[in-house]
Design a protein around this ligand. Structure first.
Ligand SMILES: Cc1ncc(COP(=O)(O)O)c(C=O)c1O
Length: 327
């Protein structure tokens, strides 16, 4: 019987995760504001930036474990697509961006990091008529690196998440805001988490309002039925962990489908799991408090373990240059 790798425990105790030396100012993390690296606690945002005022921004998150970025290039490419979908111009090219992200991690010495970056619209131009032209804005770049963030701890993963299907909220439809652009408009997801909490659950999932599942806060969703794995194909972010899961499941000779997945299929699935850079594969065992199946299923466990084993073996990895941060 396969058991889930205790990932948070390993990150806390295994020697491969011991932090490199760092200046004490960077203990909590490092930030990059427009053009300067700063200790996290010294970062600030220009208050009239439309990213802050109107959620007018796109972002991405890449993670580092055992001193290696995972699929950095895929994250950077997705970020470039997010920028172009929302007519934002990244002030930095992709090499400069990769160096900024590397140097932030290097400053902190972290072997396991959550690395976030965004481009915001910037402040409104001086003349109201210029608001009609995206080229009249000075788009801004911000980033930070902090210790790895897990959506759920080992103990919650072993038990399996209690997932609540939101009744009060549907995900912003693709015709309003393209969810493939990783953007700041997420109050639907945030409110659904509070709704889940009110019902004693510990995560939520949203539908499109017409019976199809879309995504969860910070996560994509997968259902397993008769050894076939399915994940929604529209209305959601094209998650890098989702893409990775599809690769791993294919390697395991499972049939994988990206297609419309209904709420009924979720309710009658053999296994369910969420995927996110913030934690990898997150098993689900309860739907609105009711346990389904026998708890965390065998396919979920295998994909979870394979994900971490392959990452730590250096699959799709890029070493952090810890000396880079000194330049
Ligand atoms: C809304 C949403 N869906 C899905 C995901 C999962 O994407 P990834 O696997 O690239 O982290 C995220 C990640 O933050 C997200 O915010």
């Amino acid at each position: 019987m396969v058991e889930l790798l205790p990932v948070s425990e390993l990150i806390s105790n295994h020697p491969a995760h011991i932090r490199e030396s760092f200046h004490p100012d960077y203990e909590k993390g490092a930030g990059f504001v427009i053009d300067k690296v700063k200790p996290l606690q010294e970062t600030n945002i220009p208050i009239t930036d439309l990213g802050f005022m109107r959620a007018d921004a796109v972002y991405d998150v890449v993670t580092v474990s055992r001193g290696k970025f995972f699929k950095l290039e895929n994250h950077q490419k997705r970020f470039a697509r997010s920028c172009s979908r929302m007519r934002l111009t990244n002030p930095y090219n992709s090499d400069q961006e990769a160096k900024i992200l590397n140097d932030l991690v290097a400053k902190t010495g972290l072997k396991d990091a959550f690395v976030w970056w965004c481009v915001t619209r910037g402040s409104n131009p001086n003349f109201p008529s210029d608001r009609l032209n995206p080229n009249k804005f000075n788009n801004r770049f911000f980033a930070f690196a902090v210790p790895y963030i897990f959506i759920k701890e080992d103990k919650d993963k072993v038990k399996g998440i209690n997932l609540y299907i939101s009744q009060d909220y549907i995900r912003i439809p693709p015709g309003s805001i393209d969810p493939r652009a990783k953007n700041f408009c997420q109050l639907d997801l945030a409110m659904s988490l509070f709704e889940a909490g009110d019902h004693g659950a510990n995560w939520s999932v949203l539908s499109d309002g017409e019976g199809a599942l879309v995504e969860a806060p910070g996560c994509n969703i997968f259902v397993v039925k008769d050894n076939q794995i399915s994940t929604p194909n529209i209305g959601c972010l094209e998650g890098i962990t989702r893409e990775t899961t599809i690769e791993l499941a294919t390697e395991m000779n499972l049939i994988v489908k990206t297609r419309r997945v209904t709420i009924e299929e979720l309710q009658s699935a053999d296994e369910v799991f969420l995927t996110s850079s913030a934690g990898g594969i997150l098993p689900v065992s309860f739907l609105s408090g009711e346990q389904f199946g026998e708890g965390v299923g065998p396919i979920t466990k295998q994909i979870h373990n394979l994900y971490w084993k392959k990452r730590w073996d250096g699959w799709e990895a890029q070493d952090v240059d810890y000396l880079g941060g000194e330049n």
